[in-house]
Design a protein around this ligand. Sequence first.
Ligand SMILES: [Zn+2]
Length: 268
Amino acid sequence: MSVICPLCRGPLARQPKVWRCTQGHSFDVAREGYVNLLPVQHKKSRDPGDDALMVMARRAFLEADHYRPLRDALLAQVAPLAANTLLDIGCGEGYYTGAFADALPEVIGVDIARSAVRMAARRYPGLTWLVASGAHLPLADASVDVITNVFTQLHVGEMQRVLRPDGHLLVVSPAARHLWTLREQLFDDVRAHQPDKFLATLEAGFTLLDWHEVSAPLQLSPPALQQLLQMTPYAWKARPEKRQALVAFDLFETEAVFSLMRFTRRPD
Ligand SMILES: [Zn+2]
């Protein structure tokens, strides 16, 4: 998989301390081993992406393996593909990305949140970690065998461009009853998630091969429940007294249910 310059889109030569294109643009390799390829003009804010508190909560929650069934299900789909290169878009602090490194020779994690990528690079050295936007991927056309997209916005055109023809795309989104009892506690009116709403957007370039649900029963201690709330953006929309009421639980039981779809890229 070849990384390209985000400014002129020429190939980037990777050296230990700096990556350079032939036009003279250069990008330092950070102490932690990641590279920031997000040009200033692609940033919507000074430090875009998930904030540091959210990233830390997610790291703690995921490291406790609450979502392990999803990681195992993803690995079970990726391993038989016997692919060389995998791109994880919206990799966050690398919980899923790091696991893929056991199944493929080359794994790249991309996220717009620098704090998350820095954490990922520290925890999982040896992979390629890039700060970049999924809307402007710094990767050459048709250079990736597998793309994974876990709970991240889908940029269909860019995924189509970087994935090789017949390459695979795995998309994880919340299934209808994801965290249902938690959402019942938070909101008066709980609506089912609609994982199939993504299908129409992807239809132009991808063919759905299979689709199944993965569930993870959760028994959450008060700190784990707080981490889950912290990493779940919609929880902040709940009224404060509803959030506060959750403190009363010694052990909160709910179930995470994920929709896991596998697509293949349609030939041009
Ligand atoms: Zn350049």
